[in-house]
Ligand binder design. Structure first.
Ligand code: FMN
Length: 178
């Protein structure tokens, strides 16, 4: 079984043959603007939920876990996501307010990683997010919490079929070398 499965996995497709280029020097210097460009590109390429990302937290013993979340906004507070405060990730964030996001758009061979500390946004902003959910029924939910990740690092990664993948990294103060 494991040998058959190993061989099967080897038959699955790599990145598409037609990938966009990425020249960081000709890209927006503001990572939020670059992200919005890449999100638009992903949507245009047919990605159906380009605003979905994996969201990793750690428990009190430093053990990681991750799950998918929807990005709600990017502003001066950071990158917004929302969830129940009493969920596993909500409890983990109370104990250790740090998280990592990872977006992946397979049709473009692009990945964006974001990691940093996490703050809780206001009850008003959280209530608005709850009310604006696609399946909202007009109810309120005091457990719903909007969080902002304040990036300590952001990495834009573009796959290339010649193996010369491009990494473009930002720290809190701007572009990082290499
Ligand atoms: C594409 C996608 C988007 C999701 N978006 C959210 C979200 O924005 N907020 C949320 O609480 N759960 C969302 N979920 C469900 C979470 O992945 C997760 O199952 C749930 O929040 C419980 O996680 P936890 O037990 O680790 O706290 C989403 C799942 C998928 C597959």
């Amino acid at each position: 079984m494991s040998e058959t499965f190993r061989k099967f996995l080897r038959t699955l497709p790599d990145f598409p043959s037609d990938l966009p280029g990425f020249n960081p020097a000709k890209s927006p210097q503001d990572p939020a603007l670059l992200f919005k460009q890449w999100l638009d590109d992903a949507l245009a390429a047919g990605e159906s939920q380009p605003h979905a990302c994996s969201f990793a937290t750690v428990d009190g013993s430093g053990r990681p876990s991750s799950r998918m979340l929807i990005l709600k906004n990017i502003d001066d507070d950071g990158w917004h996501v929302a969830t129940a405060r009493t969920s596993r990730k909500g409890r983990e964030l109370s104990a250790n307010p740090h998280a990592a996001l990872n977006f992946y758009w397979p049709s473009l061979g692009r990945q964006v990683r974001v990691a940093g500390s996490v703050v809780e946004l206001s009850a008003e902003a959280s209530a608005r997010d709850w009310a604006e959910r696609p399946r909202s029924d007009g109810s309120s939910n005091s457990d719903w919490q909007l969080y902002a990740i304040r990036p300590a690092e952001i990495e834009f990664w573009q796959a290339s079929n010649d193996g010369a993948h491009v990494r473009h990294r930002f720290g809190p103060d701007g572009v990082l070398p290499g």
